[in-house]
Design a protein around this ligand. Structure first.
Ligand code: SF4
Length: 624
């Protein structure tokens, strides 16, 4: 097969060994690459009983068939392994150029296992692999570590690192690259920390041959031009190239999709006025900071020039200012951006951090936590300084509450008790992202049934039907009425198709934000075919997504998933808000919708793939 190297680099940190291993074509034809390949690695190498911080856990950094082509969004790549937040298989997508460089080094993935005897970083320079001492980098934040590795190794390397939160095993610690992109969810920074791995640098000089270079080139040019034109044609407040994902505030507020005050309110006018749109650009001096080849450029470089929150660096994404701003009732744009960048430097996922802090703020409001627990910090709604100070306490794993909150709000609420489990907005150990299930019930179904990374808004983003007007006409979702957001009628089918869609995107690997500028499944299929020569139809592509979803489900079962886990959703799911368009709405009927989803997938009523289903997918045995 073209578009892949048929080889992965295996690195054993315990034995200080590296070896290249052949991967046969059927593995790619079944699972493509990226998150699909990472799941396959777990299937092959990580038996039942392995946990996230076990040296036997495989941390896979994986490209797909698209990395190396000049298409907007094709610089994405994937991280996979067993997650310390959900203790199951998971994946997380990240972008900029590390995946492209890895591919140019002649490998489709790096698979890291074992545990180093002392802190190390890995250098991959085409065929040459070295494991180097990182003792002097341990304790640095993620950006400082990136600078130190690049200074030492010289130009041309793309680098990933984790900060102090990764070293200290915060269960939602992330991995960063280029000081602007993050494998944010599922705690893979902590997996790096558990292996005493501070960073990886990669540089490559080879181009992976693709099936139809001329056809692919023409396709890329046409797609890039069209996406840029679509984005430019939008009103300013919806233009990603101007606002990044901050454009989502204007889109989501009228839909009731924002998380507000730990998901207890339906509106927050001050936040809408101050946290999105023009104030985002003006307060933060935001300028586009795109990933390689991207024409719609959602990332922003920002600068707050003065005041207590002065900083220069990454601008907050929608999820960051939604969870750390709206969800804490904080409308100070500079403070939210500053705290977000602080979290980035420590390497903490801002979604989980925002949710964990909202849980703590609610504990404080209800007297479950007091000043004695909070280092004297007033955890009152809207207190921006408390956000900043508590971000530091968690990043440092300060003894007491700071340490506990680094475990996530499931563990924290179980430890603190006093009813606080009721307002811990998490499932399976992972905090819920910034999409309000009351505004579209399908979000709740997605969170409950996700197999790729637990309850994850981007591993089955069926909410995009409403929040982004994203349909999948090639797969039969071509018209949706607004009122259907509160109906279960077609939810099982739509949820399943979006799970599979996310899997083909995250395995090819491509940036999902391109869809906001009109990237389609037709574009995706044509790109995969010109890269690989697979000559797939849409049916084949859908089947590939179905296979990856089923493989992930088999892995869930291996790592201890039980049916009741899907039904143990946050109590807040069934508590209505009293204001906004979703007032009074709760996803009653969710339990039946979960079972309907199992049945739609061809699983039994316990949520297990049936032998017949696996046979239909050719998965009686897994290739490779
Ligand atoms: S849309 Fe954003 S995340 Fe996606 S490739 Fe472009 S800059 Fe990177």
């Amino acid at each position: 097969m073209k578009g892949v190297w048929n080889q992965i680099l295996k690195i054993d940190l315990t034995e200080k060994k590296a070896a290249v291993e052949h991967v046969p074509d059927p593995v790619y034809a079944y699972f493509l690459g990226g998150e699909g390949l990472a799941a396959w690695v777990l299937w092959k190498e990580c038996p039942r009983g392995v946990t996230a911080f076990d040296p036997a856990n495989r941390l896979t950094l994986a490209a797909g068939p698209m990395q190396g082509i000049r298409q907007s969004g094709a610089s994405k790549w994937a991280v996979g392994g067993i997650s310390p937040s959900i203790q199951m298989n998971a994946g997380s997508a990240i972008t900029h150029a590390f995946g492209v460089e890895m591919k140019q080094a002649g490998i489709d993935a790096v698979v890291i296992h074992g545990r180093a005897a002392k802190p190390v970083y890995i250098v991959i320079d085409d065929d040459r692999v070295r494991i180097k001492d990182a003792s002097r980098l341990w304790g640095l934040d993620a950006y400082e570590a990136q600078d130190a590795i690049q200074e030492k190794e010289g130009d041309g390397f793309e680098v990933i690192t984790t900060g102090q939160a990764g070293e200290r095993l915060v269960r939602y610690a992330n991995i960063q690259t280029a000081k602007k992109s993050f494998a944010g969810r599922c705690g893979f920074g902590a997996v790096m920390g558990s292996k005493l791995l501070k960073g990886v640098a990669v540089r490559g000089t080879r181009r992976c041959p693709i099936h139809d270079p001329a056809g692919n080139d023409a396709l890329n040019k046409a797609i890039n031009r069209r996406l840029a034109e679509v984005d430019a044609s939008k009103p300013e407040e919806f233009r990603i190239s101007w606002l990044g994902t901050a454009m989502a505030t204007a889109l989501f507020a009228p839909q009731g999709n924002l998380p507000i005050k730990n998901y207890r309110l339906g509106t927050f006018p001050e936040g809408v006025a101050k946290l999105g749109g023009r104030p985002y650009v003006e307060t933060l001096n935001a300028k586009p900071w795109p990933c390689k080849y991207c024409v719609i450029q959602c990332h922003n470089k920002c600068e707050v020039k003065s005041g207590p929150y002065a900083y220069k660096g990454k601008g907050p994404e929608y999820e960051s200012f939604a969870m750390m701003g709206f969800n804490l009732l904080i409308d100070d744009q500079a403070a939210v951006a500053y705290a977000g960048e602080l979290a980035n430097r420590y390497s903490m996922d801002t979604i989980s951090l925002g949710a964990v802090l909202a849980w703590a703020f609610e504990c404080y409001e209800k007297g479950v936590l007091t000043r004695e627990d909070t280092y004297g910090i007033e955890l009152t709604w809207g207190n921006a300084q408390a956000l900043v100070e508590m971000t530091r306490k968690i990043g440092e794993r300060a003894p007491g509450l700071g340490y506990l909150l680094g475990e996530g709000c499931k563990t924290a609420s179980e430890r603190i008790g006093q009813g606080s489990e009721d307002w811990a907005v998490q499932m399976k150990g992972q905090e819920i992202a910034a999409h309000n299930w009351r505004a579209q019930y399908i979000s709740a179904l997605n969170y409950c049934t996700g197999v790729a990374s637990g309850p994850n808004h981007e591993r089955g983003n069926s909410q995009h039907i409403w929040v982004g007007h994203r349909y999948l006409p090639e797969w039969g979702i071509d018209h949706v009425d607004n009122e259907e957001r509160w109906s279960w009628e077609k939810a099982a089918e739509r949820n399943a198709k979006f799970h599979d869609y996310c899997n083909v995107i995250n395995s090819s690997v491509h940036c999902k934000f391109q869809e906001f500028a009109g990237y389609t499944l037709t574009d995706l299929l044509a790109t995969i075919n010109t890269c690989t020569g697979l000559a797939w139809t849409q049916e084949d592509l859908q089947r590939c997504g179905d296979r990856i979803t089923n493989l992930q489900k088999l892995l869930n079962l291996r790592y201890g998933w039980k049916r009741e886990d899907d039904f143990r959703y946050p109590k807040r799911f069934m508590e209505p808000v009293s204001d906004g368009v979703a007032a009074g709405r709760v996803p009653v009927g969710l339990e039946q919708a979960i079972v309907d989803y199992y049945r739609y997938r061809g699983w039994d009523d316990d949520g297990r793939p049936t032998a017949q289903k696996l046979s239909e997918l050719g998965m009686e045995t897994i290739p490779g």
